[in-house]
Each structure stands twice: as C-alpha cells, then as structure tokens.
Design a protein around this ligand. Structure first.
Ligand SMILES: Nc1ncnc2c1ncn2[C@@H]1O[C@H](COP(=O)(O)OP(=O)(O)OP(=O)(O)O)[C@@H](O)[C@H]1O
Ligand SMILES: [Mg+2]
Length: 523
C-alpha cells in the first residue's frame, strides 16, 4: 500500500471525537491489478450518513473488488479510505471491522447450527469476571439492539431453520452489534424472492434512519430505483458516472454500464396458441416428493419456454432436481418425448438429452480449478471430438464462440474459472448449455448475478434454442424475467402448482398474488 498518511497510528482505526464532516466514507483513487487485468483503476466514491449508494457495473467491472478493499480482504495497489475523515489502514479486515465497516455477502457468513442470539453476538459476547459467558446480559443487549432497529427475529431459533431473508437480517444485526456505520451489501438479494426483497428493504430503511450508510450492489435495476439515493457506475475498473438515482432511467443506466445501448428486445412474438399443437417434450404426472412437492402435473412442449415462479420454499428447485434425477421423486411419472423414463440419477437424464443448470453453481455446476474452455466443452465432448479424441481446434472454436457471445471477461479461454467474477462464472455455466446439444433444458435461476447486457444475450439465445425445437423449463424469482422470457408461467406455492398463466394474460400483480396465496408468516 502506498498510503501517505499513517493510519496505523490511530488505535482501532477510528477517531472517537464526533465529526461534523459531510462524508462518512470517502474512498479515493482505489486501484488494483491482477496481472494484466486492471480490476480497479483510480476509483473514488463517497457516502454521507444515512445514504444508500448503489454500485453498478457489468460482470467483472470491479464492484466486488471495491467492496473487498473496503473490508480489508484485498489490499489495493493505490488509494485511500477515510471513515469520518480518518484515514484507515488498508488490507486489514480486523481494523476495517473496528472502524465500523461491515459486509453482507451473497453467501451467508453465519454459523448455521447456532442460534440467532449467538450468531449476532459471536466474537463480541459479554463475559463475567471469570471469563464465563454472561447469558443474561447477552440476551438483553441483543434484544435491545434488534428492538432499536426494528428487526424482528426469534433469538433462540437456529439460523439454518430461518428463511434466507431472515438470515440476511441476522447478518445485519451482527454488523450492528459491532457498531457498523458503513454496511456493504454485495448482491444481497440474489437468492431472495420479490416479497423477501421488500422485507430486506424495510431493514435497510431502518438502518439509514439511524445514520448508517449502505453501499448496495445489484444487477436488478428496479431494486436500485426503489432503494438507492445515489449511484456510481464502474466500467472496466473505472468510475464512469456518479449521479442521483432520481435523474436516471433504466436505459441511461444500462448505457452507462455497457458503454453502448442495450440490444432491443427482438424476440419474435408468436401467436398465442401456436404451441398448443406441438408435441410434449417433457411431461410429469402426479409427481410427488414428501416435504418438497406434491402431485405435480406439468407439460413442456417442443419449442416452448415455461417458467416456474413462486416464493422461496415453494418446492421449485426440488422439482427440477427430481426431473433431472438428482433427487428422484418418490411417486409419479416422468415422460420424455412421450416415453416414460425413470430418472434415478443425473446420468439417466443426460442420456435422455436433458441439460441442467443448478441454482448453486459453485457446488454443483462448475469445475472451479479448470479453465473456461474445459468447463464449456464438458457438455459437448461429442461435438468437439472425433473417435474419442478431443480436437483442440474444435474445442477452442466452440469455447471462443461462447465467450464472445456472452461477453465473458476476461475473454481468455485458458483462464481458470476460480479467478472470474461471480457473474462471469455464471455465464460460463450457462454458456455450456447455450452452445446447444440438448433437447430439454432445465434452468434454476439462470441469470442471477448476470449483468443487463449479458441477460439480454441469454434471453436471445434461449429463444433461438426454443425456436430450433428445444423445450426449456426455467425457474425464476425475477419477476421481469418471469413475465417476459417464457411462453407460459406456472406458479408454485407450498409444493403445489397453484396457477398458470399464458404470457399474453399474465400480470405482475396476478402472479404475485397467486404465489403468496395461502402463505402466511413466511416473511
Ligand atoms: N484473485 C483474482 N485473480 C485474478 N483476477 C481476479 C481476481 N479477483 C478478481 N479478478 C478479476 O478482476 C475483475 C473484477 O472482478 P470483480 O469480482 O470485482 O467484478 P464484479 O464487478 O464484482 O463482477 P460481478 O458482477 O460478476 O460480480 C474481473 O475481471 C476478475 O476476473
Ligand atoms: Mg461481484
């Protein structure tokens, strides 16, 4: 670090005298290189107390790198960070925490088996004189804290038993217990449903009333418009725009992020009823799995895109897993092109020419220590080999084509997937199936974490695949996606199909109402 001031001289990193400075956080000239990649180049951003500031940019733009510098996880090559006017030591997570910077990531950082109470006060528990944990004080302190910030949680519930949105609230409470004043949220809503997002926004508004400032990263522009006051857009590591949210539109934001206009949605509208005569590609009858889903009857026709939407816990992912044989259903029938098939393991599904993009890409989908090329060709060995031998040239051509269509950055097919940003990893996983070669495609939240430009490309590709005769079944909690991508929308709630809409007649209100009917106390 090439910091001129000496932040190490400040105990704990924070000046204890109250400050009347305008900004709570001032990050100036942050730069970070990874070899040839300039992840962040001279990026600056300031936040006032009580402000929600959105940090936007395409996949690989440098958003997470910015956050990691603030949390001390990454040491910048250059730059300074002031909290309340006081220069911070960089590259030291404990000092960042002590200075009041806390971060809520997409993946939970909690201890699942421990209670809410213990998670919130972990590492900051009050102790009695003999080093014993002071349970009474601990409970009183945490209760008062939650009360003050209007966070309503059962202190004794184990974290793993809570819905995702409440787990996020536990993380917020944990940050507050450490006197956080700057809370960073890196795609906090990636796995939340529409209703849960609103609940998280309620918590964010309470935080800002208390003078806390929030840096908010998301690829969902609607969220930015409803929660943020100001925004900064970074492109290729550089700040290209800082603005009030109220002066921006979705189109102007997309343009700032992409550096060009967003492709107009050119999906051809087919006539309603066009698909009714198409043969069923995938069908299930009375499919059940106790505790997950019950008596599911569903048809996806050749050339059709069907979207299953619903709240978290509706049983959608479990259904997809069962269709793919990952966790077989206990009763009911699955038919592929009209023929009953037993899906006892994923291999049965692969033989039947099904493709599957799971929700948890890190655990289930990608070979993290392999290259982009190896990951992309994994599902297409037939296409790129002859007589069982992989042709390097075909593999390279296929991988290069997918990398350029989806705009994977860096556009180097020999890059190890682990080094890619979150969204670019997701693009690789999607790209594997978008190259074609399957009759039936099952996609679980395919565009979570993917930027607006690449999303449009993916929709385009999916539509083209369907027009070539593929049947596509998508799970999506993104309401805009659920309403625009598919031909038909199926709503699941508590393990059952509760409604079905034709694309032409579906409205956001009707779909949301169907999804939450019969569900109470969930959010
Ligand atoms: N440890 C690393 N080694 C090499 N390159 C890295 C490393 N970490 C990040 N990068 C690169 O730095 C760039 C910025 O990555 P970053 O994770 O900050 O992007 P992001 O804006 O958060 O993207 P996303 O929206 O996909 O999450 C990317 O090109 C990424 O590949
Ligand atoms: Mg990121």
């Amino acid at each position: 670090m090439t910091d001129a001031s000496d932040p190490a001289a400040v105990p704990g990193g924070v000046d204890s005298t109250p400050s009347n400075r305008e900004f709570m956080l001032e990050a100036t000239g942050l730069s970070k290189r990874y070899g040839a990649v300039h992840a962040l180049a001279d990026a600056s951003l300031s936040m006032r107390p009580g402000e929600v500031h959105a940090l936007l940019g395409t996949n690989g733009a440098g958003k997470s790198t910015f956050v990691k510098i603030l949390t001390g996880a990454v040491t910048p090559d250059h730059g300074t960070v002031l909290i309340d006017g006081v220069a911070q030591a960089l590259g030291d997570p404990r000092k960042a925490l002590a200075a009041g910077i806390a971060c809520i990531y997409q993946e939970s950082n909690l201890v699942p088996a421990l209670s809410v109470l213990d998670n919130v006060s972990l590492g900051a528990q009050p102790v009695k004189s003999f080093g014993q944990l002071d349970r009474k004080t601990q409970r009183a302190q945490v209760s008062a804290l939650l009360e003050h910030h209007r966070i309503y949680l059962d202190l004794d519930a184990s974290v793993q038993s809570l819905p995702t949105v409440q787990q996020k609230q536990v993380e917020i409470a944990k940050a507050l217990a450490r006197d956080a004043r700057v809370i960073l949220m890196d795609e906090p809503t990636a796995w939340l449903s529409q209703v849960e997002v609103q609940s998280l926004f309620g918590s964010i508004r309470e935080l800002t009333k208390n003078g806390i400032c929030v840096l908010y990263i998301s690829h969902v522009l609607d969220e930015v418009f409803s929660i943020a006051d100001n925004l900064t857009v970074i492109r290729d590591g550089r700040v290209v725009l800082t603005s009030k949210v109220s002066t921006m539109t979705a189109a102007s934001l997309a343009q700032a992020m992409l550096g060009r206009e967003l492709l107009a949605e050119s999906a051809t509208q087919r006539e309603v009823g066009y698909l009714e005569s198409a043969p069923a590609a995938l069908e299930c009858r009375h499919l059940s799995q106790p505790g997950s889903f019950d008596d599911i009857n569903l048809v996806v026709r050749k050339g059709e895109i069907v979207c299953i939407t619903g709240l978290i816990g509706a049983g959608r992912s479990e259904l997809l897993q069962a269709l793919f044989g990952a966790t077989p259903a206990s009763t009911g029938e699955i038919l592929v092109h009209g023929k009953p098939m037993r899906m006892r393991r994923p291999n049965d599904a692969i033989i039947a020419r099904l493709g599957f993009v799971p929700e948890d890409r890190r655990d289930d989908g990608l070979m993290m220590s392999h290259t982009i090329r190896d990951n992309l060709i994994a599902a297409h060995l037939g296409q790129v080999s002859r007589g069982g031998i992989i042709s390097r040239r075909s593999a390279r051509a296929l991988a290069t084509r997918v990398v350029s269509t989806l705009g994977i950055v860096p556009a180097r097919i020999d890059m190890v997937v682990r080094r890619l940003s979150g969204g670019n990893q997701q693009k690789v996983l999607m790209g594997r199936w978008l190259a074609g070669g399957t009759d039936i495609l099952l996609l679980d939240e395919p565009t979570v974490g993917i930027d607006v430009g690449a999303k449009a490309e993916i929709y385009h590709r999916l539509r083209a695949l369907a027009e070539d005769g593929a049947a596509i079944l998508v799970i999506s909690s993104d309401m805009e996606e659920a309403l625009t991508l598919p031909d038909r929308i199926v709503v699941m709630s508590l393990g059952r199909i509760v409604a079905e809409f034709d694309k032409a007649t579906a409205t956001q209100d009707a779909v949301l109402e169907a999804a939450s009917a019969g569900v109470s106390g969930n959010v």
